[in-house]
Each structure stands twice: as C-alpha cells, then as structure tokens.
Design a protein around this ligand. Structure first.
Ligand SMILES: Cc1ncc(COP(=O)(O)O)c(C=O)c1O
Length: 457
C-alpha cells in the first residue's frame, strides 16, 4: 500500500519549489551564474547502489538544478523562439502528469484523448484550416514536419502507383522535393529521416526578407513535394503560400507549410493576412511550446489527407484496440506510447479564448516593433521588416557583434542570441513570451544600448 503521506509531502514540496522558482526568477539574471553552472557537476556521481531519501532527491534537484537553469520562462528571455508556459498550462501539465496517461488509444484514455480532439478542432478553427484535417500531437515542429512529410511521401508515391510503406525507397521512382534557400534546418532533417536525402532538393530563390520569390519559382514537373514556411526563424517573414498553391495544385504537387511559430499569426485578426491562402496547402506544422506558451514538448501536425497520414503512422496488433469507432491518437503519430501533451494546448486555448490568443500574439508583435524602434532611434541598423515577433539588429562586424551579444548575455537583464542574416552578423530578438511587458522591453533596450554604445566604435 503506497504511503499517501509521502506522496502528499513530495508533490506539495515540488509545487512550492516550482512556484518559488517562477516567482523569484523574474528578478534574477536571465542566464545562470558561472558558479551555478559549475555546481551542477554535483549531479555527476557513480550510479548509486543504495536508495536515497525521496525528499532529498527533490531538494538536490532544486538546489543544484534550479540556479543553473536559463530563465526561459521569464519575460526578458528573447533567444531562439521560446515561449514561457502560461501558469494555467504548468498547473494542468502537473495534474496530467499525476494522471500519467498513455494517450495512444482512446478507449483506455478517454479523457485525454477527448481533450486532444477538442484542442485540435479549436486550433484548426483558429488557423482557418479545413475542418476535416487530421492532427498529430508530437514533440515539436521538427517531428511535426517529419510527420506531415511522411504523409506527403505516402500520398505522392501512391499517386504514381508505388507503395512506399511496403516497398521502401530503394528502386522507387524519383520524387522532386522543392524547398527554399531559407527552409529551416529541421525540414532538411525530416527529409533525411524520410529517405529523400537532405541534399537531393531543388531550392527556390528568396527575396531580401527570406520569402520565396514566386516569379523565380522552379518548374513543377512530375511528382513533387513543396516545403514552404510561415515565419522565417530570422526575419519572421512568410512565404506566399497561396500563390505557390495556385502553381502547385494543377500539377498535383503536395504543399507543406512549416509554421512552427508563424502559423499563430492566423489567430490574430490584425495579422491573419500574413497567412492568406494557407488553407489551400496540404499539411501544416506548428508548435504550441513556442507561441501558445505551453510547456515542452508540444508540436502539432495537421494533414488534409487523413488516409495518407494514417497510412504512414497507424499500426495494428491483436492486443491494441485499433478496431474502434473512436479517433485513436496513435493512428496519427510516430509514437505509440506518449504523454497527453494535447491537454496543455486545450488548457491554454480554454483559458485564453480566441480573444486572449489574439491579444498574446499582438502583444508580442507590438513589443517586437518597440524593440526595433528603440534600436533604430539609438542609431543601430535593424535588418528586417518587423512583420511579426522577430527583430534582427546589426552592431557591425562579426567580432563587434559577438562582443555586444556576449556582454548582453553576461549582464543578465535579458538574453538575446546571435545570427547571420544574408551575410550580415546580427543579434536576434524573438518576443514570444506571454508575460513580456513594455517595461521589460524598455529595461532590455536600456541594457543593450548601454553595452552597444560602449563597444561599437
Ligand atoms: C521555422 C521553424 N521550423 C521548425 C523549428 C523546429 O521546432 P522545434 O524545435 O520545436 O522542433 C523551428 C524552431 O525554431 C522553426 O523556427
């Protein structure tokens, strides 16, 4: 019989430590101190032979681990494209973890499987996608791209009479994959995993913002998969997906949209124009752990052709309850067993509502513009049109740019990353966190500009 006193005391202790981490974190340096990073070596020890006290395990995790974390959940973390997990999603995530459901099959996990079905319908509505799409709840946009492109591969090969599931790719007819010069590296990884090869692609030319230039789009000839993008990871720019679909559809090509963060623009009436024509595509990938601000790991693939997705993902076995009238989540994902990550998405959408999601997206975009304006006024060159939440600012040559970014990261008011945009070194600011305020932007601007004024000659 489990001792409920231990359960209660451990979970209460974890909750209290988690709350303290989030409350105190707002004040602390965004990056961990060198001492804290050195101290995590304290975890490195031989595999213990004897049991340890469970409360001490938790306290060791908190005491050594918490100070060595990057404050990614905080309002002044602007690295990569990282959301900050809304409090309600942390709370529902904890409860879902306590449930510990394996959401592969509906009949044994009716609550979590139903919540995922609801969340998927709401997202399709928000993004304006066809209501009969299938959706997969996966770990992130990388796997969402992989999942959607697996469906694309099955359909395009089926169209030319080749059963790629059964017969594989060795000896298969050639399929052309068109990407752009700005396609995200994770799409190339997916293409590699799917046997298409990372390099056997045709690259569409892009303009100065990284958007596919339709006037120079490659000829579509024969079985083809086209990978487009909603939200360039540097500039935030959108490919003209509607125009590309108009070229692709008459030729029977499959159009995929990597909308890891950009697809969320469709949820804001003020930015939905950026996604105009996107509903004509065949598949879409997005992340909830970025702009919807739910905890990791949470990505979603949407696929119009349900049969193609199921043909790539579903399995059958006597002991699995696959013969059911219900939607079995594992029919749509690479994994069979997995956590019920769709519950976090449901919680975010239920608590924010359509208006709240739009406000969160718009707030980040407006803070990104505030950054761009502040930096321009201070005399620094902003390299992109700030159409979304990404800002690229140049501080000069590679060394100067690197020095400014290093100091910004060390100073600790905020954290921004390094990039190169069309051969120019730059600092990249991504505003993706629900809790970032105008004051956070102004504080960060003050810190960045003070450092850059000193280092840029
Ligand atoms: C456009 C784009 N695609 C895919 C990804 C990969 O997303 P994830 O790290 O969630 O797998 C990213 C990450 O930033 C991205 O910006």
């Amino acid at each position: 019989m489990p001792d409920n006193r231990i359960l209660r005391s451990l979970l209460t202790d974890a909750a209290e430590r988690g709350i303290a981490y989030r409350e105190d974190g707002v004040q602390r340096h965004v990056a961990p101190s060198e001492d804290a990073v050195r101290a995590v070596e304290g975890f490195v020890e031989p595999m213990p032979v004897d049991a340890s006290d469970e409360a001490e395990v938790l306290s060791m995790l908190d005491e050594l681990g918490s100070p060595a974390t990057m404050m990614m959940t905080g309002p002044r973390y602007f690295g990569f494209v990282i959301g900050g997990s809304l409090p309600v999603t942390v709370a529902t995530n904890w409860l879902t973890t306590a449930w510990d459901q394996n959401v592969g099959m509906h009949e044994v996990t009716p609550a979590t499987s139903t919540l995922e079905r609801v969340a998927m319908g709401w997202m399709m509505e928000l993004f304006g996608l066809p209501a009969d799409c299938a959706a997969s709840f996966v770990t992130g946009a990388t796997v969402a791209n992989f999942t959607a492109l697996a469906a694309a591969r099955n359909r395009i090969y089926a169209n030319i009479g080749w059963n790629v599931e059964a017969d594989g790719l060795i000896g298969a007819p050639a399929v052309t994959v068109i990407v752009s010069e700005e396609t995200h590296p994770t799409v190339f990884k997916s293409l590699g995993l799917l046997g298409f090869g990372r390099n056997r692609v045709v690259r569409a030319a892009v303009d100065e913002q990284g958007r596919i230039d339709v006037s120079r789009f490659p000829e579509i000839d024969g079985p083809t998969i086209i990978c487009t993008q909603a939200g360039n990871v540097n500039t935030g720019a959108f490919d003209p997906v509607g125009e590309i679909c108009a070229l692709a559809k008459p030729k029977g090509a499959w159009v995929h949209v990597d909308g890891a963060f950009g697809l969320w623009a469709a949820a804001s009436p003020d930015r939905a124009h950026l996604c105009s024509g996107f509903a004509d595509a065949d598949s879409w990938a997005t992340d909830a752990h970025k702009w919807l601000n739910v905890p990791y790991d949470s990505g979603i693939a949407f696929v119009r052709d349900t049969a193609a997705l199921k043909s790539a993902m579903a399995i059958t076995a006597e002991y699995l309850m696959t013969d059911t009238e219900f939607r079995n989540p594992s029919d749509f994902t690479p994994e069979l067993s997995r956590r019920a990550r769709g519950v976090d998405v449901w919680a975010a959408l239920k608590s924010l509502g359509r208006k709240g999601v739009a406000e969160m997206i718009d707030g980040c975009c407006s803070n990104a513009r505030r950054f761009a304006k502040g930096l321009s006024v201070a005399g620094f060159e902003v390299l992109n049109d700030v159409v979304l939440n990404q800002v690229l600012v140049s501080f000069g040559d590679v060394a100067t740019n690197r020095n400014v970014i290093n100091e910004v990261q060390e100073e600790g008011t905020c954290w921004c990353g390094v990039t190169v945009w069309q051969n120019k070194p730059a600092m990249r600011i991504s505003v993706c966190n629900w809790s970032t305020t105008e004051e956070d932007v102004d504080r960060s601007l003050e810190a960045i500009i003070a450092i850059a004024d000193r280092l840029v000659t």
